[in-house]
Structure formats: C-alpha cells, structure tokens
Design a protein around this ligand. Structure first.
Ligand SMILES: *Cc1c(COP(=O)(O)O)cnc(C)c1O
Length: 381
C-alpha cells in the first residue's frame, strides 16, 4: 500500500471504496452530530462535527500520504491553517518568519499575533547567516518559511533552515502552497509541518476556500493545533471537503501541465524587450535556481512574476490589455490569472511597483504567450 506512487494515490484518492455501497466516489457526510450508544459511550469515535467530521477522513489521509506525514488536518482556509500553528504557541514565544511571504499572513503576524504576545522577527530566509543571528536558542519556538515565496519566488533551502531551527530547539513549518506535493516534500527535507492553502493547487478549480496542515509526527505540538481547530472552530464544510478530494485526484496532471507552461512562458518572456526581469525559479539566471534544482523534483512550479519596463503604470496597462488571462487575485487554478501585486500588498511589502504576478494555468502555452505579448506591446505604444 505505502509503495504506491503518489500519482496513483492521488488519482484513486488512496483507492478507498465505501463499504456499505461499494461506491468509488465517497458520499457527502453533512451530519453535524452523531448518536451516542445506549450505554452512554461514543463507540463510533465521533460526537460532533466541529471536533471531527467523517468528510475529512479521506482528503486528510490523501494529503498525509502525498506529503509523507503521519497526519493531516483540514481547515476553513489557508489562513485558518497557518494562524492555528501560531495560536498553538503561547504568548511570549519567539518566532521567525520571512520578509518575503504571502502578505496577508505577514500582516497578521505583524499585527494580531504581535498584539497577542508573540515576539516576531522577519528575516531574509535566503540569508542563512542572518537567520542564525535571529534565532534565540531555547526561546524561538517556530521558524516559518515559504518556498517558492510570494511574489518574488525566493527559494529557501529547507534542509539548511531545518538544521538551524532544530539546532536552536525550534520547529520548522513550510508553506508549500506554491511548490505542491508534486514538486516538493518538505517533511522529507527536515520540516516538522507543511501548510497548504488548499484553495490553490490542491483543489485547483478556483471554486472553494480551504487550508491544510500535515505533520511529520503526531506529537504534542500537533495535539495543541488540533485543540485550536476544535475549539476555535475554523473547520472546513463537508461539501468543500468533498470538492477538495475531487480536485486532488487530478493534482499531478494539472500541476505538471501548468508548470510546463510556466517554464515555456518564462523562457520566452525573458527575451521580451518590454520586460526588465522575469522571476521564475526554473531559469538558470534566477538566484534560487541551484537550490530549486536540488530541492524540487520534476519542475519549478507554475508561478512567475514579470517586471514591466515603464513602472507601475505600464504594468497596470499590460494587465488592462490581456484577453485570455483573467485579472484576479489568487493562484493555482486551471485558468491563468494576472495581478498587479503592489495594488494588493501593504507598505511593508518588498514587492516592486512594476511587478505583475502570473498564475499559469493549463491552457495552450502559445495562446497565453501571444495574449501577454500583445498586451505588453499595446501598453508600450
Ligand atoms: C492563498 C495563500 C495563503 C492563504 O490561503 P487562503 O486559503 O486564501 O486563506 C497562504 N499562503 C499562500 C502561499 C497562498 O498563496
């Protein structure tokens, strides 16, 4: 069973068959509550759907298998998953997070989490010496990284960061939303926790919001996170859990097609006279390329950014002229999205004003390229 390839695990959702009906696709369990036995016991192991929901069992088992962890937990969103990791710490604890990361979580760490009592330092996670200097042995509980990291696609060396974190007695959590289990298994590289915005590639169809955590071991820290979910109530709905499982079945072909498109686009756009920089980990001139080549397997993901000559104005005008690309936030769907990130992120963001973030989908790469090239030309006329 455990020898099966991840492609097989995903396509068959572990091959589970409903015992009562022999159904290949699971039923949707919508019940909020479960009957107690006559002798006052709960032999089913279930009593209330905020605590645990049978609709989570299969998608959580699939995610744990794909990430090679002991257990997984679904959440109402990626933010619910990520913030639960920090809320399972105690006020006064020290954590280290990246300067380049999903901006909404960085903002939450700098505001809510800091007000709540966490001591948060933001460092350049590509600078291991700087990370080492920021660690407070015995006081730092958690190091959080994202790789590739929004929206500059910094590549963080998970193995090296895990060694630094563990050396100081801290745990390492990795936001692997962009890498996906197709291209990266952070737990194998030494991370303790993996987080996904399942809204993105895991579901893949831009039709639900969900989050997930996967743990290497079901340790005490994992149990505290489970309490945060159960008591805080940031749980996913049963229908969304079912949709997520359906999306997961096509994870590998979707993500591989999108990443192949992204590589084709990155190579062509690097030669475009209206672009100053293409930020994509799969280009040999990209600073994180060597680490990405070693740490990611079979591809570099499907997210890239371009910096448009002519500053913010030209970038926004480029986005205005596309027809196939959709002007929208988010990422990881089968359809390609384009976004002027500086319009979204806060003042602390390192995002340059001329940057457009591209979430590459599974359309024809030639169509995507022609549409973008045409928009770039029109924006520079
Ligand atoms: C979208 C995203 C999140 C937040 O997830 P939600 O599902 O929107 O709450 C966190 N990290 C990354 C990298 C993301 O892209």
């Amino acid at each position: 069973m455990s020898q099966k390839k991840p492609e097989t695990i995903a396509a068959q959702a572990l091959g589970w068959i409903d015992e009562r009906t022999r159904a290949i696709a699971p039923a949707i369990h919508a019940s909020s509550t479960f009957q107690r036995d006559a002798d006052n016991q709960y032999r089913s192991g279930r009593n209330y759907a905020r605590a645990d929901n049978p609709a989570f069992d299969q998608p959580e088992a699939v995610l744990a298998a794909l990430e090679k962890g002991e257990a997984a937990m679904l959440f109402a969103s990626g933010m619910a998953a990520a913030t639960s990791v920090f809320l399972a710490l105690a006020p006064g604890d020290h954590v280290v997070a990246p300067k380049v990361m999903y901006w909404s979580l960085r903002h939450w760490l700098a505001t809510f989490a800091t007000n709540w009592g966490l001591s948060v330092d933001f460092v350049d996670m590509t600078d291991l010496a700087a990370l080492g200097r920021t660690m407070r042995p015995g006081k730092t509980r958690l190091v959080w990284v994202e790789t590739p990291a929004n929206p500059l696609w910094d590549i963080v060396d998970i193995e090296a960061v895990a060694a630094i974190a563990h050396g100081a007695g801290a745990r390492l959590a990795v936001d692997s939303t962009v890498a996906t289990p197709v291209f990266s298994r952070p737990l194998e590289l030494g991370a303790d926790l993996v987080m996904h915005s399942a809204t993105k590639y895991l579901n893949g169809h831009s039709d639900l919001v969900a989050g997930a955590l996967v743990t290497r071991t079901k340790d005490e820290a994992w149990e505290r996170i489970a309490v945060v979910r159960k008591q805080g109530g940031g749980i996913l709905g049963s229908f969304e859990a079912w949709l997520l499982l359906r999306g997961l079945r096509t994870l590998f072909p979707r993500v591989r097609t999108a990443a192949a498109n992204a590589l084709t686009l990155a190579r062509s756009l690097a030669a475009n006279p209206n672009i100053s920089h293409v930020l994509y980990p799969g280009l040999p001139q990209f600073p994180g390329y060597a680490i990405a080549l070693r740490q990611m397997t079979g591809g570099f993901g499907a997210m890239l950014s371009i910096r448009v000559k002519g500053a913010a104005q030209a970038a926004i005008a480029t986005a205005a002229h596309v027809e196939i690309w959709k002007r929208a936030t988010s990422l990881g769907g089968v359809e390609s999205l384009i976004e002027h990130r500086a319009s979204v992120e806060d003042a602390a963001s390192l995002c340059p004003p001329d940057l457009l973030r591209l979430s590459v989908g599974i359309e024809d790469a030639g169509d995507l390229l022609a549409d973008l090239e045409r928009a770039l030309t029109l924006a520079h006329r």
